[in-house]
Design a protein around this ligand. Structure first.
Ligand SMILES: [Zn+2]
Length: 455
């Protein structure tokens, strides 16, 4: 945490500074923000606190405690709320968000429908998808995203998605990918990737890659992509063992044999992975992302969460895509994760609600390499914070907080969202996006796509 001068030092500095410098100093040092009197505060690292304040300065969490004696701060009253870290989504294909619900068409189911429209996405279209996804993310309390860009049809597509992420002010990783219809022997644009990697987009947006990996590309291709990413110091993500056919291909063993796993390699789904493969993945610390809703909806199967817990996998949760999932609701992802585990294991006590809450926050952040910055409310970490109302019809009376957050609360109950100390949603309203414009652009984009392709 940076050194913060006290009020007297700051006043002395400003009193002696020329006017221009005074104005500049004020502009560069936004006022502190005090979140006052939350009924409950979940740090994710300790026991819940009651009637607690949280003080933010320069985007950092400066202090947490009851009745903090603070002057010269903007104050937001949070009585009637739970204060907690923002959610971390660990795998989300944002480019096709405007195709929400379009998982079946005259072309067939999800895969053929996406195959029909994907070639028609322009850079503007993929950016519209990212705009819409990020607006919904913030509204739902998701403050960190992993944008899995697997329809990059040109360098301009990548630049457009990155620009959308940067202007949103949402924290995240842009995972550089490939075109949906790329051949299995065609690598992603490694020259452009290299150029992108040399200039990190912003303090909030970092770069990684999303590759087809052993399950969906030739060995020479995925090995070249792994080598390029590691040479550039970029994290890697790939879909693995999504269904029985993919699992039977032995991709996880192939990755392990070539030192292709590790903390820098996230594996997505593992729905059909054997327990031996899970043990192999856990042993080397590769994080995993599951998306229970879409794994059911696309027919991959029931995520084997009891085995994943037993193997000790580093778990992240995700919404995956809006075409199948329909909505970016991390509350329902947590609910489904716990309840599927209970049903599959026939053991009501197998998984705690708090466990899913950690997956959606602190553990998810850790799985993306952000665990020291976000995912918990601790002085010295960046202020990615949400407040959830506990006085609505479906959230009152509050009894067990983890149960309330995983089984009662909904995105509409998120009234306040801060990312890096900046307010994005207040009193239930998004305040940094032109939502009507985004909605109009998304509607026009998908309408044009449907008329062009007859889906
Ligand atoms: Zn995916």
């Amino acid at each position: 945490m940076p050194t913060i001068m006290n009020r007297r030092q700051a006043s002395a500095l400003l009193a002696t500074a020329p006017l221009a410098m005074t104005i500049a100093a004020r502009a560069a040092s936004p006022r502190r923000l005090l979140l006052r009197g939350a009924d409950h505060l979940l740090t994710m690292t300790g026991v819940p606190r009651q009637k607690t304040d949280l003080l933010i300065s320069g985007g950092w969490i400066e202090a947490i405690g009851p009745n903090l004696p603070v002057r010269e701060a903007d104050v937001i009253d949070l009585s009637g709320h739970i204060l907690m870290p923002g959610f971390v989504d660990t795998h989300w294909h944002m480019w096709n968000t405007a195709a929400r619900g379009l998982w079946r068409s005259a072309k067939g189911g999800f895969m053929p429908t996406m195959a029909a429209i994907a070639p028609h996405f322009t850079p503007a279209d993929v950016a519209i998808g990212v705009d819409l996804a990020l607006a919904e993310a913030v509204s739902s309390g998701i403050t960190t995203v992993h944008n899995w860009a697997h329809n990059l049809r040109s360098p301009a597509h990548a630049e457009a998605e990155i620009a959308a992420m940067v202007r949103s002010g949402v924290r995240g990783r842009f995972a550089y990918g490939y075109a949906q219809d790329a051949d299995k022997d065609q690598p992603m644009d490694l020259d452009h990737l290299s150029a992108i990697a040399r200039r990190p987009p912003s303090a909030l947006v970092s770069i990684g890659i999303c590759a087809r990996g052993p399950d969906r590309s030739d060995a020479e291709v995925w090995q070249a992509e792994w080598d390029a990413a590691r040479r550039l110091g970029l994290p890697i993500s790939t879909h693995m063992a999504s269904d029985a056919k993919a699992a039977a291909g032995g991709g996880i063993a192939a990755l392990a044999a070539r030192d292709g796993l590790g903390p820098d390699v996230q594996l997505v789904h593992l729905t059909a992975a054997s327990r031996a493969d899970m043990d192999r993945v856990a042993k080397v610390g590769s994080p995993v992302s599951i998306s229970p809703w879409t794994e059911l909806e696309v027919g991959y199967g029931v995520p084997p969460i009891p085995d994943m817990i037993a193997a000790g996998l580093l778990m992240g949760l995700s919404v995956d895509n809006m075409v199948l999932a329909g909505q970016a609701d991390m509350f329902s992802v947590m609910r489904l994760s716990t309840d599927l585990a209970r049903g599959v294991s026939r053991d009501q006590l197998l998984v705690e609600d708090m466990t899913a809450l950690r997956w959606a926050t602190a553990v998810g952040a850790q799985s993306l390499g952000l665990g020291k910055r976000v995912g918990a409310l601790v002085p010295g970490m960046r202020a990615d914070v949400i407040a959830v109302r506990v006085n609505t019809l479906n959230t009152m009376p509050p009894a067990d907080l983890p149960s309330l957050l995983t089984h009662s609360a909904r995105p509409d109950d998120v009234s306040l969202v801060l990312i890096d100390g900046v307010v994005h949603k207040r009193d239930g309203h998004l305040i940094r996006v032109d939502l009507p414009a985004i909605q109009a652009q998304a509607a026009a984009s998908i309408a044009r796509m449907r008329s062009t392709t007859a889906v």
